[in-house]
Design a protein around this ligand. Structure first.
Ligand SMILES: CCCCCCCCCCCCCC(=O)SCCNC(=O)CCNC(=O)[C@H](O)C(C)(C)COP(=O)(O)OP(=O)(O)OC[C@H]1O[C@@H](n2cnc3c(N)ncnc32)[C@H](O)[C@@H]1OP(=O)(O)O
Length: 252
């Protein structure tokens, strides 16, 4: 009886989740859920109701993070004139969950243990403020993505400062978000110049733009600065290749 109810419950949960998935606009969320070649995939974690959006301010966000958040969030309310006299809002905040896709089991038979425990690298530490606190804002008209990041004490590399691998993760996430605006991509190449160290606990702004496209390739550049833009911490260029998400999920 209990097991039967559990099954009904999880079926319901999955249906609700699918509708949430469909309502999300970013192409990374818009994986073809009923693709004939992939049997079961793309469900976000959803105990009841909506999954928790981790890109919203929490009590650990400092004044600089809050100021930047308010600035970019206010841009998300600004309408501009589009073709035919219509209005558009070019800036959007990308909601942040602890997984992009929960079940991606088409042919990639991950063990249930791995599947159930998998978490997005940047969201895998639950303690607020301890690692990556961030929000991503995207402008699809200008093909620009801005990330605001507050880097916590668990990301130490050199004493008191952020690990270079953590900075690479930040850059990969912001450039990856921009690159995936028109569909699924993989990072093929990431070139990073570390110009000045980032102190643990600080807030940085990460701006990325599309430099050029060639077929499946997107060349993106990125810089990491202090909130007021006066200090350059890191510069990077990245190459992303568009991929067939079904191929990835099928493990080919
Ligand atoms: C939350 C929702 C929103 C978003 C949230 C945040 C999202 C972001 C989350 C975080 C995001 C995290 C994202 C991540 O972390 S992705 C994880 C890290 N990346 C990988 O693991 C990728 C591994 N590599 C591959 O899978 C393949 O090699 C790929 C798919 C990249 C290409 O294999 P594929 O078989 O498809 O292509 P091809 O080999 O025929 O080559 C095709 C063309 O490309 C050129 N080429 C290939 N490689 C390179 C290279 N290294 N430098 C320069 N050029 C290169 C090649 O010469 C050829 O050029 P041409 O001869 O045609 O001119």
């Amino acid at each position: 009886m209990t097991r039967g109810l559990g099954r009904v419950f999880s079926g319901f949960k999955r249906l609700v989740t699918l509708s949430v998935m469909w309502s999300m606009k970013h192409p990374m969320y818009s994986v073809p859920l009923r693709s004939p070649s992939v049997r079961s995939m793309a469900v976000l974690p959803l105990p009841f109701g909506k999954p928790k959006d981790l890109s919203l301010p929490n009590a650990t966000w400092g004044p600089e993070m809050m100021q930047l958040y308010e600035h970019y969030n206010s841009l998300c309310k600004v309408e501009v004139e589009a073709e035919g006299g219509q209005k558009k809002v070019p800036w959007k905040r990308i909601p942040g969950y602890n997984r992009l896709l929960k079940y991606a089991t088409g042919g990639v038979y991950l063990s249930k243990m791995i599947q159930s425990k998998a978490r997005l690298f940047t969201r895998n530490i639950r303690e607020p403020g301890a690692a990556f606190e961030y929000a991503l804002f995207i402008n699809s008209e200008e093909e620009k993505c801005v990330g605001i990041w507050q880097v916590g004490h668990l990301l130490e590399g050199p004493p008191g400062h952020v690990h270079g691998g953590a900075i690479a993760t930040i850059i990969d996430t912001v450039t990856g978000c921009l690159a995936s605006l028109s569909g699924a991509v993989m990072t093929a190449n990431l070139n990073i110049n570390y110009r000045s160290p980032i102190q643990l606990g600080n807030t940085v702004v990460v701006e990325s733009i599309v430099d050029k496209r060639e077929g499946r390739k997107k060349f993106i550049s990125c810089k990491v600065t202090s909130p007021d833009g006066t200090k350059l911490h890191t510069e990077a260029t990245a190459l992303f290749l568009s991929i067939d998400i079904n191929q990835l999920l099928l493990g080919r």
